[in-house]
Ligand binder design. Structure first.
Ligand SMILES: [Zn+2]
Ligand SMILES: [Zn+2]
Length: 353
């Protein structure tokens, strides 16, 4: 047992499946045998165009949403023992910088990011073991636990949105994050309008999650028409109380701004590519008193809350998983997500077929 299967990123568009050395846990670290790694839009972007912060040198392991079994613990680890089933965030803040001390650990100036979930084993660094790793309750599947990282970012966004019971919330984007945000808005007592690509699968999940209206952007292609439709679903066509963007396009950011009522809030969750800009109607902003909120990543408290929501199945993590595939089908999984033929795939790194 000294080598393992891993997906290795070489350059945009090139990933190879190789045998590499199994890493060894140092002090405070744990070695985890990964049971499930889930596909994520960020990994697809990394595959297509590389990533400035996640991939620093090549070849590199990648993938960041995972869960598995503790195999070995490093010196000084007391909270975890071999055999425990765990879920982990992909990052941990330093707890010492200006932002960490302010309680805004998602903005940490020395955020540690863990990469390498598309592999059989991973070493979870000490800082992460201390703050962002949890044991799975017996009923919780590995796949459910693997989506705790993205759900934490949705928790973070919804906290900033300040949604109140009885509000109407528009969520732009029907990918896994759009669906997570829609579910959390529903749990806050809001009426939820989802605007995104509608497939049979996404429609079913949206219904299970309590989404009230689903606008199919494959059918309603004109953004102006979608804005009118959303406003038309609010009293006096005044617009929604909160719009949350989760599509990752500058055009969707602009669309979201135009859907809210006066004094409404817009939360930008999706990350458009570097260099993107948006145009803002100054009059609309001035007379409308909109609050525009950028959100990034999650704090350890957001992560913990996301984990709790999955453990209690207030958010049913099983809904996001289209199917399970062996590691060597990873790139097929990416293609299928791109074609809206799935929400997320659970990759089993122990299987190569
Ligand atoms: Zn992710
Ligand atoms: Zn920090």
């Amino acid at each position: 047992m000294d080598s393992m299967n891993a997906a290795m990123f070489y350059r945009p568009g090139q990933v190879r499946f190789e045998r590499i050395q199994i890493p060894q846990p140092g002090p405070g670290e744990i070695l985890v045998k990964i049971q499930v790694a889930t596909t994520c839009g960020t990994d697809i972007k990394t595959y297509e165009r590389g990533h400035p912060t996640i991939i620093k040198k090549v070849p590199s392991t990648f993938g960041h949403e995972f869960s598995g079994d503790v195999i070995e613990v490093g010196e000084g680890v007391t909270r975890f023992q071999p055999g425990m089933r765990i879920g982990s965030c992909n990052s941990a803040p330093c707890q010492e910088c200006y932002y960490c001390k302010r309680g805004q650990q998602n903005l940490c100036e020395d955020l540690l990011l863990l990469n390498g979930a598309y592999a059989e084993y991973i070493v979870v660094p000490a800082r992460l073991v201390k703050t962002n790793v949890y044991e799975l309750p017996a009923h919780m599947s590995y796949a459910e636990a693997a989506v705790s990282e993205p759900l934490g970012t949705a928790v973070h966004a919804v906290r900033q949105a300040g949604i109140l019971p009885g509000d109407t919330v528009a969520v732009l984007g029907s990918g896994p994050l759009g669906l997570m945000l829609a579910r959390l808005a529903h749990l806050r007592g809001a009426r939820v309008i989802l605007s995104g690509e509608k497939t049979e699968e996404r429609e079913r999940v949206a219904r299970n999650f309590g989404v009230n209206e689903f606008i199919d952007i494959l059918q309603v292609k004109d953004p102006a028409e979608r804005i009118q439709q959303v406003k038309g679903m609010t009293e006096g066509k005044r617009g929604v109380d909160v719009a949350i963007e989760a599509a990752g396009f500058a055009s969707a950011w602009e669309e979201a701004v135009q859907m809210v009522r006066k004094a409404g809030k817009v939360v930008f969750h999706g990350g458009p590519k570097a260099g993107s800009t948006i145009t803002l109607d100054c009059q609309l902003q001035h007379y409308g008193e909109h609050t525009l909120i950028g959100v990034y990543h999650e704090t350890p408290d957001d992560y913990r809350r996301g984990f709790e929501l999955l453990a209690s199945r207030m958010v049913d993590g099983r809904q996001f998983i289209t199917s399970t595939l062996p590691l060597n089908r990873l790139l097929n999984a990416f293609e299928m997500v791109r074609r809206f033929e799935g929400i997320k795939f659970a990759i089993d790194p122990t299987r190569m077929e």
